[in-house]
Write a protein that binds this ligand. Sequence first.
Ligand SMILES: C[S@@+](CC[C@H](N)C(=O)[O-])C[C@H]1O[C@@H](n2cnc3c(N)ncnc32)[C@H](O)[C@@H]1O
Length: 291
Amino acid sequence: MQKYNLIATTTFGLEAIVKRELNALGFDDTQVSDGRVRFTGDMNDIAKANVWLRTADRVLIEIGSFKATSFEELFDKTYEYDWGNIIPEKANFIVDGRSKKSKLFSISDSQRIVEKAIIEKMKTKYKIDWFEKSGNLYKLEVALLNDIATITLDTTGSSLHKRGYREQQGSASIKETLASAMVQLSYWNKDRVLFDPFCGSGTILIEAAMLGKNIAPGLDRDFSFTGWEGFDPKILKNIKTEAFDLMKNDVNLELIGSDIDKNMIEIAKENTYNIGLEDDIKFVHSDFKNV
Ligand SMILES: C[S@@+](CC[C@H](N)C(=O)[O-])C[C@H]1O[C@@H](n2cnc3c(N)ncnc32)[C@H](O)[C@@H]1O
């Protein structure tokens, strides 16, 4: 299977936890930079990382990095990649952009130049002038930082914090990835009590329960890479089957949440039910001062 340079993106400050998670999944060649952890792997590993990472936002394939201080340079270096073998003829490919501390500060112009270079290169393979983009999504990004352009392809789709259990949430709910990081950084483990006296929609407790029972956060969702041409659905099926086998259903947890807002308690219960953890977390409607 082809090996790729991969990047797990995350919230600034959580890189060390993502690295720890990747190491625990068997990826030893991790390198940390701001908001990013680099590692390598094949399609199997891409599926594994997407299904198991609790504190990363996305898993990207790094197509390449190069210095670019002019649009000409950006075009020429982008054109060098073998786009005809990366993007299928009918793919719905889009190019997002970001720029920080770089001469090429216009994001829209950089996106346009990269897209143009990709199209020109694709023309040489597909021998057509116009790409209808009617197929599956291939989301690329050109990120410029200190004049270095990094072009990536997103394997994830909607961000990994969207586990699928939180249909409703409060106005101040915490992201699932951050909640998991907080639990992982705390002294809590599955044999200890966890009490969240301001539990809101229950995110921290649900993430703790998922850790305690070893429930993979991506079990109940789909990813961008499953729509890619030539992707073998058995890869994801095997990773998910293995994840089901690794669940520790017999673990007894003591997780308790309370909140002053009755409506939030109902939402927390519903979210807990959505993921099948209703027997593991107890919710109480109460003002903290009465606890
Ligand atoms: C920032 S939110 C918690 C968000 C939660 N972590 C989540 O992901 O949904 C703070 C919560 O504290 C609750 N709250 C505020 N004052 C409270 C009090 N005196 N006793 C209990 N809960 C209170 C609010 O109802 C709100 O749901």
